[in-house]
Design a protein around this ligand. Structure first.
Ligand SMILES: [Zn+2]
Length: 373
């Protein structure tokens, strides 16, 4: 379901650029007050006992065994050190006791005078809602041929620049597959180029036979937990069964005719996910925030963004050459697309032209690449 408020935002006059900000917002945590009060009361109650134990007893012992004045001072300094170390947990508590984090999505549209002409913001409570909003914003930018800059908070930086009007919103000057292929193949990944597209097959690390056997035995306990976490149980079972028998598993990416498929395979398919051509909006390898309550920033992951659903794979699944894998998949999905040189509005002055890497706008001379820095 498209949100009409987002569509209206794009209908503002003279929009030349869109910014989507994934913000890590914080609110006051009232439970922190209760926790700190309880800890303070407990400390006040037990402080006399602590003082007796840590200060009086060693001092009495020191005097009893007849230590000199210098040694008594050393003992007191040691005790002060013990009290000082209590400061560490105290500070840790202080830092996050009164704050809790959540994710906010903000969409801003700019005119050629670099003024904000519209803003829309929402607190993201569910991952599905957040992904749907981002997909709608990308779709609007694609259809209206606008450049969209995706920013990620904590600390604030550019995650991706999407170029509306271009195939799969990709940047001008996508590296050729011939230059990207060797770097991807360096870690045992096999890249196959065919007339219809690209296939990237990456061997997956085995759990190990012993651990796989142990986990299979524990499955009656693990399965409910997987179910609660909305992780599919059957593929997890098949994965462990393969590892127990020593059958090698491979992660295969297939991109052709506008669609992208991610399949985990052994002798038979284990799990297959696919974003169809009429649904696919774009592919990115970029950093993001988690959707959960902590809303932490996580290292780059591969996101294959569709209008209805997104496939997201973390770095340990994709390998160290994630950006190159993304470029190969884009090249495979765009393959033979007649609209490969679509026009885009300049993000500075709005002039519509075919963007070429390393060349400024024919009207204002602006360089879109600057937006990514
Ligand atoms: Zn321009």
């Amino acid at each position: 379901m498209a949100d009409p408020a987002i569509t209206r935002l794009f209908e503002a006059p003279r929009v030349v650029r869109v910014v989507v900000l994934h913000r890590r917002a914080e609110t006051f945590r009232w439970m922190g007050l209760v926790e700190v009060t309880v800890i303070t009361v407990l400390l006040l109650l037990f402080l006399p006992l602590l003082a007796a134990g840590l200060l009086v007893a060693p001092l009495a012992a020191a005097v009893y065994i007849g230590l000199g004045a210098a040694k008594v001072v050393a003992v007191i300094a040691g005790i002060a050190g013990v009290f000082g170390s209590l400061e560490i947990p105290h500070r840790a508590l202080q830092r996050d006791a009164f704050r809790k984090f959540h994710r906010e999505l903000e969409v801003r549209v700019y005119d050629s005078a670099r003024d904000v002409v519209g803003t829309w913001r929402t607190r993201v409570t569910h991952e599905e809602v957040g992904r749907r909003v981002l997909a709608q914003v990308l779709r609007e930018a694609r259809d209206r041929r606008l450049v969209l800059v995706e920013l990620v908070d904590a600390p604030l930086s550019c995650a991706e620049v999407w170029y509306g009007g271009r195939p799969l919103l990709c940047e001008p000057g996508l590296p050729a597959t011939s230059t990207t292929r060797p770097s991807v193949e360096a870690d045992g990944t096999v890249v196959t180029l065919s007339a219809s597209g690209v296939e990237v097959a990456r061997p997956l690390r085995s759990t190990g036979r012993v651990l796989a056997a142990l986990l299979l035995l524990l499955m009656p306990v693990i399965a409910p937990a997987l179910w609660v976490l909305r992780r599919p149980v059957r593929p997890a079972l098949r994965r462990l069964w393969c590892d127990l028998r020593g059958v090698r598993r491979t992660l295969v990416f297939r991109a052709s005719e506008g669609a992208v498929e991610v399949a985990e395979e052994a002798n038979t398919p284990i799990e297959t996910r696919r974003v169809e051509a009429d649904e696919l909006l774009g592919i990115t390898w970029s950093e993001a925030l988690t959707w959960g309550r902590g809303c932490r920033r996580v290292p780059a992951s591969l996101r294959i963004i569709g209008q209805e659903h997104t496939i997201e794979l973390p770095a340990d699944r994709v390998g160290p050459r994630g950006r190159s894998v993304r470029n190969l998949l884009l090249a495979g999905a765009i393959h033979g697309d007649a609209a490969a040189s679509g026009e885009t509005h300049c993000p500075y002055c709005g002039t519509r032209h075919v963007m070429v890497a390393g060349q400024g706008c024919p009207s204002c001379g602006g360089w879109p690449e600057v937006l990514a820095s």
